[in-house]
Every structure is written in C-alpha cells, then in structure tokens.
Write a protein that binds this ligand. Structure first.
Ligand code: HSE
Length: 418
C-alpha cells in the first residue's frame, strides 16, 4: 500500500487567509503537514507566530528542497503567477486561493501542470468552504449538467443582506464586510463583479470545459442597484442577489453571465444571506441540488485549503475532465435575457434595441421597465452601465427561442390576453 506523503509547506501570505490556515493546521496534527516557512511582503509587521517562521525572500521557500508543497494566498495576481509557475517548475505541488490569477492564466497553468506533472489545486478560490470544484470535476458529467446558478461572492451578498434586511447604508455595510475580512483589499473588485466573474471563469472550465478569459463573460456587480429596486423586489416578494449563471442551450452551447437578478422566495438562492455562498446545480435526472456554505472569511477559506493539502497526500490532481475527456462546450452569444431596468431619465434608454418591452412603470422620480434584450446588445453596449441606470435580470431570464416567444406573444395580444 502506498504511504501518505509527508507534507512540508512553504506558505506565501499571512493575511486573513494565511493566518487562518496556520491556526487551522495547528489544530489538525493528524494531517502530518507542517509549515516550514512563511513568505511575507511586509517583513517589519508584527505577526502572531515565531519570528523564525517568516522571511521576505521567496527563494527561501521556492528553492528549499525540503518544502514539497507551496500554498499561495496573496492578493497580487502577477506575483502569485510567478510564485505558482516557479513552484511547479521546481517540482512542488501547489495550492492557491488567487481567483484573479487563476482566471487570468488558466491556459498557461494547465500547460504547466501537464509539463511538470505536479498538482495544482484551488478549491478555496471559488465559494471558499463549499467543495464546488471537486464536485463539478468528479461528479457531474458534461452531458448531464443542464445549468449551474450560484452566489459566488460573499462580500456583495453580505452588503445586500445588510442593506435590504437590516437597513444599513452601502458604506456602513461595506465597512463591516471589510472589517470581517470578507472583502478584497480593493473592494471595487467585489462590488463591481470582477471577483465573481473571475471565479465564474474557472468554474465554467470545471463545469463545461469552457476556457475563456473573464472579459468574454457578460457581467456587472451591485454598484448600480438603487433603493427603488429594493422596493420593487419587496412588492414582488423577491430578493435581489448577484447571480452567476450558466445554462446549456438547445444549440449545444452555453449561456453564461454574472449579473444582479431577482430571485423568487422558493429559489434556494433566496436563503443565502450574509457572507454565505450557494450553488444550485440542475442535472438531467437528479433535478436540482443545492450546495450552501460560507463563501468568505478566514477559517472557511482555510478549511478548503486544508482539504486541498490533505488531497495532496494521495496525489490528487484535477484532470479537467470536461476539457480532456469530453467535447468541451463553447459560450453562446445567441440568446436573449428578460431584464428589469430602472432609471431617472427615460431618454437614456434605447427602446429600439429591445426585442420587446412588456412593462413600463412611470412614476414620480424613478421609472422602470421590463423587457427582452439580446445578450449581444448587453455585451457590446455601455448605456446600461451609465447614467444612473440599474439592470437586474428577471427570474429565469434566459430566452433562447425568440421567434417562438414572439409568435406566442403576438397570438396572446391578438386574443386580447395581454
Ligand atoms: N472577497 C471575496 C468574497 C473573498 O467576498 O467572496 C472570497 O473569495
């Protein structure tokens, strides 16, 4: 029987996540993994650990032959890529939590894994404590996975919960998310959807074998949501969430986007509050399954890193099954979305670019409409990101067979139903 590998770890980063991992490892001696050295940028700062543990020289870790695992939890994506690629080339297995780095360098990272034969694991990089990558990788066959819909950013979900349920203002809510260690050092990455779309980029690889850059995916954050939108949501008995969604279309391609969305109360994502994340997977025979857990924070993130470290003991690697053993899917541009849009000034709304508009509520002050628009239009246009316009998807927003819907609508109009 093969014995479990002894793990000697070099850790990069000792912030919220790095220190969390250090503490968690101290509480799990059975894992037989020890941190030999920690590399930090700010060497002068006082740390909760013995001084001999720390260095500012990355080569103290990368060139140490004793160290067989590099764990990298820093927030500088360029530095993280240098560390990860050097570590793999130096024959070390790597565990990383750097979402932005992974999303931006996936093709290169795949090649490095193939060249070196080393493991590169990053379960903590998406949905922190929820084992979503390993589940997508190991369990769901490409053909069976109809859709995946998720809340993948803890900070924005925390902010929405605090604003809409506890009446805090945006600044107060963001400050609390920062104090709790949920937010990125630059919180715009959370608020404007960059962090969510980065995570979605590599989740799409594990779900469908799609290998795209984050810029190819339609996204926005919660920055434009208006107090009046919350009122509309309340009146409809719905929630507003930042939802990452991917759905297989009849043409075999995948519709994917990250946008605010109205979520009905019977949708499991409506249950996801504060820094929790949730993933709803719909497959051919199992119907819907729901994964739920903390998506940000020190120990929840450390727990996923710990699980990756543990998996290295039995030489676990991602096989990128959907890329290598199936016909990988492609992203589609040919679908339509049902959207709610609120605005102060109706003249900034290009009505002619909608397929149709089904509701227009003109009130004192803020107005809103509900209509159907092509993904292509939203992907290429900027008007919905400017001029105090707020765009939120309707529940079940994807419309793929537009002709059919149009005809149906026309017949309903003719019959006087609409
Ligand atoms: N800023 C991230 C979030 C941290 O709020 O989800 C976890 O990736």
């Amino acid at each position: 029987m093969e014995t479990h590998k002894q793990l000697t770890i070099g850790l990069f980063g000792f912030g919220v996540v790095g220190e969390g991992l250090y503490r968690v490892l101290q509480q799990t001696p059975s894992l037989n993994a020890r941190i030999k050295k920690v590399c930090i940028k700010n060497y002068g700062k006082k740390r909760n650990g013995p001084a001999s543990l720390f260095t500012a020289d990355k080569y103290d870790l990368l060139n140490d032959r004793d160290i067989n695992v590099i764990v990298e939890v820093i927030d500088d994506a360029d530095a993280a890529f240098t560390i990860v690629s050097t570590a793999l080339k130096n024959g070390k297995d790597v565990v990383s939590a750097s979402k932005k780095m992974i999303a931006g360098h996936l093709p290169e990272l795949l090649e490095l894994q193939q060249q070196t034969g080393r493991s590169f694991l990053y379960e903590s990089a998406a949905c922190a404590s929820i084992p979503v990558i390993r589940n997508l990788e190991e369990y769901y066959d490409n053909d069976l996975l109809h859709s995946i819909k998720a809340i993948v950013n803890g900070s924005t979900n925390f902010i929405l919960t605090k604003i809409f349920e506890e009446g805090l203002d945006f600044k107060q809510a963001l400050l609390l998310a920062q104090q709790a260690g949920f937010a990125e050092r630059n919180p715009q990455l959370d608020v404007e959807g960059y962090d969510a779309v980065n995570k979605w980029t590599f989740l799409l690889t594990h779900a469908y074998g799609i290998m795209e850059r984050p810029a190819s995916i339609l996204f926005s954050g919660i920055q434009h949501i208006h107090a009046a939108d919350a009122e509309v949501a309340r009146a409809k008995r719905q929630e507003i969430k930042l939802v990452a969604q991917a759905q297989k279309l009849k043409n075999g391609k995948v519709a994917a986007f990250v946008l605010p969305q109205f979520v009905k109360q019977d949708d499991p994502l409506a249950l996801v509050k504060n820094e929790y994340n949730g993933v709803v997977i719909e497959s051919a025979f199992a119907d819907k399954q729901f994964f739920y857990g903390k998506g940000a924070g020190s120990f929840p993130t450390a727990s996923a890193i710990l699980s990756d470290i543990s998996a290295l003991r039995y030489h676990y690697k991602y096989e990128y099954k959907k890329l290598n053993h199936h016909l990988p899917h492609e992203l589609s541009n040919d679908f339509f979305l049902r959207v709610y849009i609120s605005f102060d000034d109706a003249s900034v709304i290009p009505r002619e670019r909608f397929e149709w508009i089904e509701e227009w509520h003109a009130r004192e002050g803020r107005e809103y409409l509900v209509g159907v628009i092509s993904h292509r239009e939203l992907k290429s246009a900027e008007w919905w990101k400017e001029n105090n316009v707020s765009l939120i998807l309707a529940p079940d927003p994807v419309i793929e067979d537009l002709e059919l819907r149009k005809l149906k609508r026309k017949s309903l109009e003719l019959a006087g139903v609409l």
